[in-house]
Ligand binder design. Structure first.
Ligand code: CA
Length: 221
C-alpha cells in the first residue's frame, strides 16, 4: 500500500485530500507545517508528497529545496492557488514532478498521483511490464504467471491478487486491503473470498510463498 504525505495548512483541503486518498486505498499523513513536512519527507517512508505552496512557515518551494537538497527523489505534486506560469516553472525547476492548480477535483489529483506512482515504481523493478519476486514472475501485458521456467494459468482475480502481493513483497496485507484492492469496496467484508483465493494461489504457485500472519492477513515471502 502506498503512503502519501500531505503538506497543506488549509484543514478543509487537507481533509478532503486525506479522505479521498483513504477511499482510494492509500494511507496518508498530514502536516500543516513546511518545516515539519520537509523533515518527514526526508526521513519518513513516503511514496509521494502532495505539497501546498502557500504554507505558514516556509513556502512549498523551500520545502522542495530541502527535500531535493538531501538527495531524496520522492515524487512531489505541488498544489497552489497561484496558477501563474512563473510559479509553475519555479516549481518544476526546483524538482516538483507535477503541478495541480487549485481548485481541483479529487479525481484529477488522484489521476496524477497514480501516474506518478506508476512511473516511480517502474525503474525499481527494471522492467515495468514484469513483476518478479523469488522466482515468481507476472507478465503484466500477457497476464501470465511463471514459476521458474513453468508457465501457470491464473484467472483474472487470481492474477490481480498475485499482482497485489508482488507489488508489496514482504508486507503483511490484511483481508480488507486485499478485498478492496482486488474485489473493490462494495464486496462484503465478512466474505472469506480472500482466503479461498489465497488457497488457489498456493496451489498454483507454491504453498510456502503466501504466509498466513495470524489475526492480520497474508504476506508474500
Ligand atoms: Ca495554503
Amino acid at each position: 500500500m502506498s503512503t502519501i504525505l500531505i503538506i497543506e495548512d488549509e484543514p478543509r483541503i487537507a481533509g478532503f485530500v486525506a479522505k479521498g486518498l483513504k477511499s482510494a486505498g492509500f494511507a496518508s499523513h498530514r502536516t500543516a507545517s513546511g518545516v515539519e513536512g520537509a523533515v518527514l519527507a526526508v526521513q519518513g517512508d513516503f511514496d509521494l508528497v502532495v505539497l501546498d505552496i502557500g504554507l505558514p512557515d516556509i513556502d512549498g518551494f523551500e520545502v522542495l529545496e530541502r527535500i531535493r537538497g538531501q538527495g531524496v527523489s520522492v515524487p512531489v505534486i505541488l498544489l497552489t492557488a497561484r496558477s501563474s506560469v512563473a510559479d509553475r516553472v519555479a516549481g518544476l525547476e526546483s524538482g516538483a514532478d507535477d503541478y495541480m492548480p487549485k481548485p481541483f477535483s479529487f479525481e484529477e489529483l488522484l489521476a496524477r498521483i497514480r501516474l506518478r506512482l506508476r512511473s516511480e515504481a517502474a525503474p525499481a523493478w527494471g522492467d515495468p511490464t514484469h513483476l518478479t519476486h523469488n522466482g515468481l514472475t507476472l507478465d503484466l501485458r500477457t497476464r501470465r504467471a511463471s514459476v521458474g521456467d513453468r508457465t501457470v494459468d491464473l484467472s483474472a482475480r487470481e492474477f490481480a491478487l498475485a499482482e497485489t502481493f508482488l507489488r508489496n513483497p514482504g508486507q503483511v496485507l490484511s483481508r480488507e486491503q486485499l478485498l478492496s484492492n482486488v474485489w473493490g469496496f462494495d464486496f462484503d467484508p465478512g466474505s472469506n473470498v480472500v482466503d479461498v483465493y489465497v488457497r488457489y494461489l498456493r496451489g498454483k504457485l507454491g504453498r510456502e510463498r503466501f504466509e498466513t500472519v495470524r489475526g492480520m492477513g497474508y504476506r508474500l515471502v
